[in-house]
Design a binder for this molecule. Structure first.
Ligand SMILES: *Cc1c(COP(=O)(O)O)cnc(C)c1O
Length: 363
C-alpha cells in the first residue's frame, strides 16, 4: 500500500538530531516558555519576514487569540471562506462573533475576492482568509477591500508555511496570521503546536499576554487570557525541521509538477496555480472528479491510499445546525468532488509514477 502520508518516515529523517535535542532539553531543567520557544519564535519570524512570532498551543487557539487581541467579540461579524477546515470557523465562534461564509473560487478553492464586498455589513470587523491546500490567496484585492472598509485581515496559514505572494511569505500578508504545527502540516512537530506572526507591536504584546493567562508580569493579569503555550520540546524539534522547510516544500512542488504534467485522464480536474510556482507549497495535491467515490475505491484497490479534504462543508456540520438549510453551491460541489493524492517530501519516484499510471487507466 502506498500510504497517504508516511509520518514516521518523515520524522525518522531527523532522528539523531531529535534525540540530541531532547537530551539537551531534559538536561536544561527548563520546560515551559524558555530558550527553545524564544529561539524558535525568532527564527520563525525571520523566516516569515514579520517583526514578531508568538508560539501557541495550536492554530485554533492561535486564530482565537488573534481575534480576541483585536477586540473582536459579540455583535461582530468576521468574513471567512465557506470551504475551509472547521477550525477556522470555530475560532470565530469561540470569540462570540458571527462567521459570515463567502463562496470560494472554483479554480483555486480560495476565497473569491469578488464575493467579499457584498458580505460586508456595519458589523463586519475582519476578513479571515485561508491559504487552502498550501496555495496563497490573491491578497491584493482582499487587502484593498479591507482598507476601503477599515477591516482587519487575518490569515489562517495552517496549510501554507513558506508559500510566497509577490515575494513575501504568508504570515506577512495581513495584520496577523496563525500557523499550525500539527504533525501532518508542512512544518509539523511531534505533537500539537502553533504560532502567530504579526508586525504590529501592540497586537504582539496583547497576544503574548493572552497565550499565558493574560499576564505579562507573573501573577499580574491584564486580560482574561488562555493557557495556550508552545511546548519547549516541540519548539526544539520545530527548530530542526524549519531548517529544511524550503527544501521539503521544493520536493513537494516537484511531485506536484510531475502529477500535473503526467495525469492525462480527461475526467479529472487538476489543481490550478494562480500565481508563480512559489505561491503554492502543496500541503495537499487535490484533484476533482465527478466520480470521486468510485475513483477513491479504485485507487484503494490498486494499493493507493487517498483522503478527502473535506467530506462535509462547515455549513452542513451538526455543530452549525443553524446553517444546515443554507446553500453554498460552489463549496458543496468542491466537497463532493475533491480527492487528495499522496504527497510528501519522503515519497519515492516509483511511488508517484505508479500513482499516475493507475489514475490514467481509471475509466
Ligand atoms: C490544521 C488546520 C487548522 C487547525 O490547526 P490545529 O493546530 O490543529 O489547531 C486550522 N485551519 C486549517 C486550514 C488547518 O488545516
Amino acid at each position: 500500500m502506498i500510504p497517504f502520508l508516511d509520518l514516521k518516515k518523515v520524522n525518522l529523517t531527523y532522528k539523531d538530531e531529535f534525540i540530541r535535542s531532547f537530551t539537551n532539553f531534559l538536561d536544561s531543567g527548563n520546560y515551559i516558555l524558555d530558550e527553545q520557544v524564544n529561539l524558535f519564535e525568532q527564527e520563525f519570524a525571520k523566516f516569515c519576514g514579520t517583526k514578531y512570532c508568538i508560539g501557541v498551543a495550536n492554530a485554533l487557539d492561535g486564530l482565537t487569540i488573534i481575534l480576541k487581541a483585536m477586540g473582536i467579540g459579540c455583535e461582530d461579524e468576521v468574513i471567512v471562506p465557506s470551504n475551509t477546515y472547521i477550525a477556522t470557523i470555530l475560532a470565530i465562534s469561540n470569540c462570540g462573533a458571527t462567521p459570515i461564509l463567502v463562496e470560494p473560487d472554483i479554480k483555486t478553492y480560495n476565497i473569491d475576492p469578488q464575493n467579499i464586498e457584498k458580505a460586508i455589513t456595519k458589523r463586519t470587523k475582519a476578513i479571515l482568509v485561508v491559504h487552502l491546500y498550501g496555495q496563497c490567496c490573491n491578497m491584493d484585492p482582499i487587502v484593498d477591500i479591507a482598507n476601503k472598509y477599515s477591516l482587519k485581515v487575518i490569515e489562517d496559514a495552517a496549510q501554507a508555511h513558506g508559500a510566497r505572494y509577490k515575494g513575501k511569505r504568508v504570515g506577512n500578508l495581513s495584520d496577523a496570521a496563525a500557523f499550525s504545527f500539527y504533525p501532518s502540516k508542512n512544518l509539523g512537530g511531534l505533537g500539537d503546536g502553533g504560532a502567530i506572526c504579526t508586525s504590529n507591536e501592540e497586537l504582539a504584546q496583547t497576544i503574548r499576554a493572552l497565550r499565558n493567562y493574560g499576564s505579562n508580569v507573573r501573577y499580574y493579569n491584564k486580560y482574561k487570557g488562555l493557557n495556550s503555550r508552545l511546548d519547549e520540546l516541540q519548539a526544539a524539534f520545530l527548530r530542526i525541521k524549519l531548517q529544511s522547510l524550503d527544501f521539503d516544500n521544493s520536493k513537494r512542488r516537484a511531485i506536484a509538477e510531475f502529477y500535473s504534467k503526467s495525469i492525462k485522464n480527461q475526467s479529472i480536474v487538476l489543481p490550478s496555480v494562480e500565481g508563480d510556482p512559489e505561491s503554492h507549497v502543496w500541503h495537499l495535491y487535490v484533484i476533482r472528479s465527478e466520480c470521486r467515490d468510485s475513483l477513491q475505491e479504485y485507487l484503494y484497490n490498486k494499493g493507493i491510499q487517498t483522503v478527502i479534504h473535506y467530506p462535509l462543508p462547515p455549513h452542513k456540520q451538526e455543530a452549525y445546525f443553524e446553517w444546515n438549510h443554507c446553500t453554498f453551491s460552489i463549496s458543496e460541489r468542491i466537497h463532493s468532488e475533491v480527492l487528495s493524492l499522496p504527497i510528501s517530501p519522503v515519497m519515492l519516484e516509483e511511488e508517484y509514477s505508479a500513482i499516475v499510471e493507475v489514475i490514467n487507466h481509471f475509466q
